[in-house]
Design a protein around this ligand. Structure first.
Ligand code: TYD
Length: 203
């Protein structure tokens, strides 16, 4: 059976990393070979670009190009080979993040990002994307005190409101790919949703 490419998205503080760990274990329990990875990053070169992206001030165009440079290397050296082997690839963030954060949050718009998406992904799209949706105020409360914020996490509530709207637009454009999860629910309720949806991935 071929593997699947599954991505996890949401504004910072929505709790997706915790659920990703659980999801990877649930798939392994069913016999899948799982590769858990993340963006920006996921390969040695892309992790170096991640360190720059999360710490250095730069123009929005540079930021978008570095995101896609990291993505290209990650796809070439990690994601592509894993999918070719039939592994299941679980990726913490992917191109929906670029549309949401750079396109909507920073106001770059979607035209150039869509161009890079076509070029770099060459038709590859996630088989499924779990979007952990949370009001920005609640996400900010959860982030507070968790750890020192990176460059993106320092943005204000308006920014995260735009990011959330950017995600909603992506869902509208490709509803079949997304499962939107209300991240205000408790962990058990969210796991029940994920567990139910794992069965449909096996079809
Ligand atoms: P993430 O790994 O979720 O952060 P953390 O390690 O703190 O849980 O993502 C790092 C940041 O990168 C996050 O604030 C969102 C941002 N990001 C973008 O702005 N654009 C992108 O295309 C991607 C993949 C991430």
């Amino acid at each position: 059976m071929r593997g699947r490419f599954i991505t996890f998205e949401g504004i910072d503080g929505a709790g997706k990393s915790t659920h990703l760990d659980w999801f990877a274990d649930a798939l392994r329990a069913r016999g899948a070979t799982v590769l858990r990875t993340r963006e920006p990053g996921g390969s040695p070169l892309a992790e170096r670009l991640r360190a720059l992206l999360l710490s250095e001030a730069m123009s929005i165009t540079t930021e978008i190009l570095l995101m896609f440079a990291a993505r290209q290397d990650h796809l070439d050296t990690v994601v592509g080979p894993a999918l070719a082997r039939g592994d299941w690839v679980l990726c913490d963030r992917f191109t929906d993040s670029t549309f949401a954060y750079q396109g909507a949050g920073r106001g770059a718009g979607s035209e150039h990002i869509a161009m890079l998406e076509r070029w770099v992904q060459a038709g590859l799209q996630p088989d499924r994307t779990y979007l952990f949706d949370l009001p920005p105020e609640e996400a900010a409360r959860r982030r507070a005190g968790a750890r020192a914020p990176d460059r993106f996490e320092q943005e204000d509530l308006d920014f995260f409101g735009r990011v959330r709207a950017g995600y909603a637009l992506r869902v509208q454009q490709d509803p079949a790919r997304f499962v939107t999860i209300d991240a205000r629910q408790d962990i058990a309720a969210i796991r029940a949703v994920l567990q139910g949806s794992i069965d449909t991935l096996w079809a």
